[in-house]
Design a protein around this ligand. Structure first.
Ligand code: ATP
Ligand code: MG
Ligand code: MG
Ligand code: MG
Length: 480
């Protein structure tokens, strides 16, 4: 038994073989040609039927979306774009699908909008576009593990329920297990729902970094790869409430080595997808090109999807400091003409995605790594520079995406870290475990976070993050 992908890639070498294939019917034309897909790849296998050899009641049940098993002989195909097809000898129907009902769904073989796919999210694994994206997602996830594994990193798992708010950004979901039924009615409004992990305040993780640092301070190089939760109450095409983050953390790495790693790592993963997802990326490229045709001229991408990927693979990322970036933005035509929603007038402001995208898509037309941000706008744990004003932070910005990676060299000096925490009113006691890493043999160290879905957006050329995760969690979308 072959998967359809295996059989098609065997091509003419499989001629005359007796094979069994299973899958879902994509279409059944003229009572003669079945297009069969089993999810293994983008291409359908053609099954040819001589209806004289089959019971008409069986043939009636071969409808779009129904599931079948076919036994038959591999023969040369005369149809364009396919080398082989199967002459069916025996067909078994697993599950019939009523054509009238299928008509209403995205299983109907035609181009559906991505919105419609999202509305029937449970069925979209059967569509070409979404299945291709899921296979690319799988390849990228595998490449990530492979890269770190080959480079001496250990995969560890940081907690999902945690007391720490790594970023201090207040985007946390509180964990609670309160059962109101066990409380007297008149007491219910006095309950503090936030105190309930066996009496302690906890939340779902927004980042495994702080915990990851403690592991790197013993294992040297580690990475986490897990679900991450943020109460992002804004509906953007780049944010999910639940996403997957990859966070390497390395002892003895300064910011430059951290940026080198981020660039090498991203290129490895993209190259892996290019090498292993050829059919799917060809399909997604066609889709991308068609989508570009519908766009107004100023939003059209000059490169197709393949060219976009090749460009990133073959060019060094531009690196520039926050200070240099602000100078460019200040002088930019967009700023002068008042085209930014948030005009750039002084050093120290946080960059918005419109600024990041201007740098990447208009000014440099290249991935950009920004570093040395103002300390004021960054998290407490970042390494203070000698100028006392900036910290060793870095963001990797990608065309069409904006921020894909955020990282930093961490503050390894105990006294300076404590001062920073005090100035922000943070409780030292709560982070005693974190401070210990600086007490007992502290070392310079660095790390970053990559959002898996942002990487998939880039590689697949999609533009809405809901279309690259199997089960998107956003405001208004907690089940299917
Ligand atoms: P952004 O500026 O886009 O909100 P961030 O600076 O808040 O991102 P970080 O805390 O630096 O994000 O997290 C590291 C990476 O995780 C980001 O670079 C991005 O790739 C990804 N990421 C962050 N928030 C989300 C989210 N809500 N949904 C999907 N991916 C995210
Ligand atoms: Mg954010
Ligand atoms: Mg950011
Ligand atoms: Mg960031």
């Amino acid at each position: 038994i072959y998967s359809i992908k295996q059989l098609l890639s065997k091509g003419k070498k499989a001629l005359h073989e007796e094979v069994t294939v299973k899958g879902w019917v994509r279409s059944f034309r003229s009572n003669r040609f079945i297009s069969l897909n089993d999810g293994s790849g983008i291409n359908n296998l053609q099954i040819v039927i001589d209806f004289n050899n089959f019971d008409p009641t069986i043939l009636k049940q071969i409808t779009t979306a129904s599931s079948i098993r076919v036994e038959g002989t591999v023969t040369e195909s005369e149809g364009a774009g396919q080398e082989i097809e199967i002459i069916a000898k025996k067909i078994k129907i697993y599950g019939y699908a009523n054509p009238e009902e299928v008509q209403e769904t995205i299983l109907q073989p035609k181009r559906h909008s991505l919105e419609k796919l999202r509305e029937q999210a449970h069925l979209r694994f059967r569509t070409n576009t979404f299945a291709a994206i899921m296979r690319v997602r799988n390849a990228l996830s595998f490449a990530i593990h492979q890269y770190f594994n080959q480079n001496g990193f250990f995969y560890i798992n940081t907690p999902i329920i945690t007391g720490s708010d790594a970023e201090g950004a207040g985007e946390m979901f509180t964990v609670t297990n309160f059962d109101l039924n066990h409380l007297p009615k008149d007491n219910q409004d006095k309950v503090d729902f936030s105190q309930d992990f066996f009496g302690k305040k906890t939340n779902l993780t927004v980042s495994g970094q702080l915990e990851g640092e403690t592991a790197a301070m013993g294992l040297g190089k580690i990475y986490t790869f897990g679900p991450t939760f943020r109460a992002e109450n804004s509906n953007t095409t780049r944010h999910l409430a639940e996403f997957w983050m990859i966070e390497p953390e390395m002892a003895f790495y300064d910011l430059e080595k951290n940026i080198d790693l981020a660039e090498d790592f991203l290129k490895y993963c993209i190259q892996y997808a290019v090498d292993h997802c050829k059919d799917d990326l060809d399909f997604l490229n066609k889709r991308f090109e068609e989508e570009q045709k519908q766009k107004p001229k100023e939003e059209k991408s000059e490169q197709n999807l393949h060219e976009k990927l090749e460009f990133v693979l073959n060019n060094k990322f531009i690196r520039l400091s926050y200070t240099e970036a602000v100078e460019i933005l200040k002088k930019s035509k967009a700023n002068q003409k008042g085209k930014f929603k948030y005009p750039i007038d002084e050093w120290g402001v946080d960059l918005q995605s419109e600024h990041e995208r201007y740098l990447v898509e208009k000014h440099f037309k290249s991935p950009v790594v920004l570093f040395d941000y103002p300390a004021k706008i960054k998290a407490f744990y970042m390494r203070l520079n000698e100028d006392q004003k900036t910290v060793r932070a870095m963001d990797v910005l990608f065309p069409g995406i904006g921020e894909i990676i955020g990282g930093s060299q961490r503050e390894e000096r105990l006294e300076i870290l404590k001062q920073k925490m005090n100035s922000l009113g943070m409780d030292e006691k709560e982070l005693n475990w974190y401070l210990d890493t600086r007490k007992y043999g502290t070392v310079p160290h660095s790390g970053f976070g990559l959002g898996l879905e942002r990487l998939i957006l880039f590689v697949t050329g999609m533009s809405n993050i809901r279309d690259v995760i199997p089960f998107p969690r956003t405001p208004n979308n907690a089940d299917f």
